[in-house]
Each structure stands twice: as structure tokens, then as C-alpha cells.
Design a protein around this ligand. Structure first.
Ligand SMILES: [Zn+2]
Ligand SMILES: [Zn+2]
Length: 228
């Protein structure tokens, strides 16, 4: 039986989602329908921000993150590797930590420098890394929410582009946009001052958060009508 602990790595979370949801997802959902569900729950979390309902924001963003992982599993993308390639303890655009894009306004993305010894050992380490690159004290929660929506749009657009041409270079775009989206998701948890790994280990403490089975046995009707 898969278990999640608060010191989980991002790869362990991806493996957990694979064990719990890959089988029912493969049988029940097309790729586009899984993306619909990333959006469905992410937008509910943004409604939580607008209404000042932090519990609603947290729960829906965690469920959305589960669907996001399921989508990457379908596409055989390792999120942790992609995040580290895109954000090796520096901003992916200005190559500094903290990000200095506002001051130096780089016109082009700079080559990022890698120091393998800095790679975070677990998900909480990645969360801390993002708070050092993009300090939550320098933005509002609303701003973090708008940025999440923007990056989700870019991730969807990259997928759509790939489905339109099936070109390897377009698939690279999906991997980069996945890393960008993850940075914004973590950014919301940093703005909330909530530990993402702890929340995930709590919501998924007993397999699927709804049916508590592995693999998940939630019916299609349950998922379609799910209120959160
Ligand atoms: Zn920057
Ligand atoms: Zn279930």
C-alpha cells in the first residue's frame, strides 16, 4: 500500500499518484479530460482566494495537483527532473536567486547555471527553494493566484500545440510549462505559509482522498459530481 510522509520527495508523490490513479484514469479519462480536471479544481481554488476561504483554496489546489501529476504520468514526464532543469536554485529567466528580473529586466532568457549539490532532497526543500527565488513577501496572494491561472493557460496551450503537430520540440515546451506551473502552485502555498508536503500527506493519508482505496475505485459519477 503506498504511503505518503511529510518528508516525501516530489518523485515519491508522483509515484503515489501513479499507484492510486493511473489504472482508473487510463480506463476512464482521455488526456483532454484530465486537463479539464486540473482546471476545474484549480479554478475552485482561485474562487477560494476571492472569497477568503483558505481551506477551499488548499483542498482544491491539492486535488488539482493530483490531476496535474496524473496528466504528467500519462505523458511520461518526471516533474522533479523538469523542475530542477528549469529552476536549479535560480530564476529560470534572470539566472539569479532571489530573482532580479524587475531590476535588470533581461530581454532574453539567460542560460541557467547548475550546482547539483543544491538540488533539494524533498518536496519541502523545493518549496523553500521557490520562496528564496521568488519571496512570497514581495507579492500578494491575489497576485499569486492570477499567476497560477496564467501558467495553467500556458501549460494547456503547449499541450494543445503538441496535439496539433506532435513535434518533439513542442513536447519540450510542455515539460517547461509544467515546471513553470508547478512553481506557481508552490508559490500559492508559500503565500499561504502552508507546507505543501504536509497538506498532501494529510489529504492522501489513506490512498485516494475520497474512496481511500489504491487503486482508486471512485465511480465516474462520483468524480463528475464531486463538490469541493
Ligand atoms: Zn528572474
Ligand atoms: Zn477514489
Amino acid at each position: 500500500m503506498p504511503t505518503l510522509l511529510p518528508d516525501m520527495s516530489l518523485q515519491q508523490f508522483q509515484l503515489f499518484i501513479k499507484e492510486v490513479y493511473e489504472l482508473p484514469n487510463n480506463r476512464q479519462f482521455e488526456l483532454a479530460e484530465m486537463i479539464n480536471n486540473i482546471q476545474r479544481f484549480a479554478m475552485r481554488s482561485l474562487k477560494g482566494i476571492r472569497k477568503g476561504d483558505i481551506d477551499r483554496t488548499k483542498k482544491n489546489l491539492l486535488i488539482s495537483f493530483g490531476w496535474f501529476m496524473s496528466t504528467l504520468i500519462r505523458l511520461k514526464i518526471d516533474l522533479e527532473d523538469e523542475v530542477w532543469k528549469r529552476f536549479p536554485y535560480v530564476c529560470s529567466y534572470c539566472n539569479s536567486c532571489p530573482c532580479s528580473c524587475k531590476e535588470i529586466k533581461p530581454e532574453h532568457r539567460r542560460e541557467v547555471s547548475f550546482d547539483a549539490s543544491k538540488r533539494p532532497k524533498n518536496l519541502s526543500g523545493f518549496q523553500r527553494m521557490f520562496n528564496e527565488i521568488y519571496p512570497s513577501s514581495l507579492r500578494s496572494l491575489d497576485h499569486a493566484g492570477v499567476h497560477l491561472a496564467e501558467e495553467l493557460g500556458e501549460f494547456s496551450e503547449a499541450l494543445w500545440a503538441y496535439r496539433s503537430n506532435r513535434a518533439p520540440e513542442t513536447f519540450q515546451e510542455i515539460m517547461m510549462e509544467a515546471a513553470d506551473y508547478f512553481s506557481c502552485l508552490v508559490g500559492i502555498f508559500n503565500s499561504l505559509r502552508v507546507n505543501l508536503a504536509f497538506e498532501l500527506s494529510n489529504l492522501f493519508r489513506n490512498n485516494c482522498h475520497e474512496c481511500h482505496k489504491a487503486p482508486c475505485t471512485c465511480s465516474f459519477a462520483t468524480i463528475r459530481a464531486y463538490r469541493s
